[in-house]
Ligand binder design. Sequence first.
Ligand SMILES: [Zn+2]
Length: 350
Amino acid sequence: MTGAMSDTIKARREIAVRRGLEFIYRTACEPENFDAYGFDYTFCLHWIASTSRDPALGRAARRMAVECARRWREAHPTVPEDADAETVAQSVFGGLTADCLGLRDAAFRREVRRAAARVSAEDLLWFDPAAGPPPADLPAECACGELNPRGRKTCRGCRRRLKWQTRYEIWLLAIIRSYLGERYGVRLGAGYAEVIGWLPEMRPYPPLARGYDDFIWAVYAVTHVVYTLNGYSTYMLSPRWLPEEYQFLKDSLDTVVGLDDTDAAGEVLDSLKSFGLSDRHPLIRKGVDFLLATQNDDGSWGDAEAEDIYDRYHPTLTAVNGLRDYAWTQRALVFPELAPELRRWARGLS
Ligand SMILES: [Zn+2]
């Protein structure tokens, strides 16, 4: 085989991507799945629809996304004034995506804004980015369902020993929510700049040797630094803007492939592509070969026995994203005003 990716692999990639897309949509058509994850299904399909280089793939995904957005709007005509954090966050996800797909609803957005103002940053983002960095001592939800305050080692409800969440998981949630809120014009606990502003604190990113949880959540946090700066694959990024993140993703691909983790591998791949790595790069080839070798018979990726449908469609989405080509034409930031900050951080300043 020569330097370029062979036509055979290109053709196999195209078929694999189509089968993956069809799996995602097929499961979105099950009412039970859509009730639980309709906002995310719509978001994922819109992501593929709006950024694919292959026009036929983009059109197919758009039809599916619009149909999902219509169903989501029908099921969510209003937002209760006393909506909890999860409902508010899902309303931002779904409302923003439906708007982007042409199903605009300004009244709904006003309701989301009102409801969001009544929920605290701690409820929406698990910490207050204005008060300090993502905490290292926030207990994960206890098996008994109790939520415990920062610093506790045993559950105040049942006395079980508590596990603390990694800072990277907490940061990840805040990155996603503050970004979507900002795009929608609704403040979700903090502005995006406040959340991304903790980036220097989160470096250096931990390798697997420092523990699985820290490593894998750092991978997802960094891929989402990429997504929220490149507008979910709208733009390419310069490695000079995010040198440590770029290096960490390059170092991590082998590791997640070794862990047989398609979900993470797909995200690392499309993130690396947005930094300009081409199909010819050995890392991209390795990731593509891995994904092509691990697709399930039903077109999905990941554990085919998983009970939660999220664990079926999400790895399928990330594998599709890892395999497909993008329509980006330029290097740019969604928030160009962050460029001076990124330059400072790249020089090791905070
Ligand atoms: Zn408990």
